[in-house]
Design a protein around this ligand. Structure first.
Ligand SMILES: C[S@@+](CC[C@H](N)C(=O)[O-])C[C@H]1O[C@@H](n2cnc3c(N)ncnc32)[C@H](O)[C@@H]1O
Length: 262
């Protein structure tokens, strides 16, 4: 039997994150220690747990999880991030962590292997999020837990289209931010039960956010001009505002803690 195809955008993902690895890590929202600790606590990790963190990037969340569990594994498609994740784990002398290269639609683990499976800040990169959540569910033990944390899309479809278009302009590996309704449908389709959810705003400084995507200068100008227009007309629902000389805007984020029924 031939294996089903991998993620169609994997080359775009690798090339974007190779180019932008340093800028991604430099973003305050990526390395905010308080937010990472809060999310790890929200996941309710137990000392005996085997934990898998998919699309782990530079592994900052995987490192945090490893303090609380028996063994943590991070998986990602981008080798430069995996190298950074491994060398930071060595610096921190974390002996219970491994990082592996792979595609989230084909997790190289047996069924029902992990107590907790997590994914932070990556669902908006997945062309087929249902396939990913089904795969996360497969490798999680019955009564085990899943944690999904990501941007949360606007419930207003028009605002969501405009918002996604500017995200893709900035970072071509961006696919789609799921709304509350879309996340809930995904969980239902994967047979998961939602235990808890936390939602909150994430304020972005426009220039720092442009740097994380690293678009060419003409596209960066186009982004600045569209965002400036949204000071008057909030077409993307991003609450763009002036902060001194700078523009800022607000994304919504959410973390979902789910369980797989026995
Ligand atoms: C925005 S980064 C988030 C990294 C990390 N989870 C964090 O919280 O900092 C998105 C990550 O998803 C990874 N990714 C996207 N699509 C993937 C796929 N199909 N398979 C494996 N990793 C993928 C990218 O390589 C990148 O490291």
């Amino acid at each position: 039997m031939s294996e089903s195809p991998g993620s169609p955008n994997i080359d775009k993902i690798r090339s974007q994150f190779h180019r932008q690895a340093d800028a991604y890590i430099a973003q305050p929202s990526t390395h905010n220690a308080t937010a990472l600790q809060k999310l790890a606590l929200f996941a309710g990790v137990k000392k005996s747990d085997l934990v898998l963190d998919i699309a782990c990037g530079p592994g900052l969340f995987t490192h945090e999880l490893s303090y609380l569990c028996a063994q943590a594994t991070g998986l990602d498609a981008t080798d430069i991030f995996l190298e950074l994740a491994r060398s930071r784990a060595q610096e921190l002398q974390l002996g219970n962590i491994t990082f592996e290269e792979g595609d989230v639609v084909h997790l190289p683990y047996p069924d029902a292997h992990f107590d907790l499976t997590t994914c932070r800040a990556a669902f908006h990169h997945f062309p087929d999020p249902l396939r990913v959540i089904v795969e996360m569910t497969r490798v999680t033990k019955p009564r085990g837990q899943l944690l999904i944390a990501d941007l949360l899309g606007n419930a207003d479809e028009n605002a969501a289209i405009v918002h996604n278009s500017i995200e893709t302009l900035c970072d071509p590996s961006h696919v789609h931010i799921l709304s509350q309704q879309e996340f809930e449908t995904l969980y239902l389709d994967a047979g998961l039960t939602l235990l808890q959810q936390i939602t909150g705003p994430l304020t972005q400084d426009l220039e720092t956010w442009i740097d994380h995507g690293g678009p060419p200068a003409d596209i960066a100008d186009q982004i600045r001009s569209r965002m400036t227009g949204w000071l008057e007309n909030d077409a993307a629902g991003l609450k763009v505002a002036r902060q001194g000389e700078q523009l800022q805007f607000v994304q919504q984020t959410s973390a979902f803690l789910l369980t797989k029924e026995a």
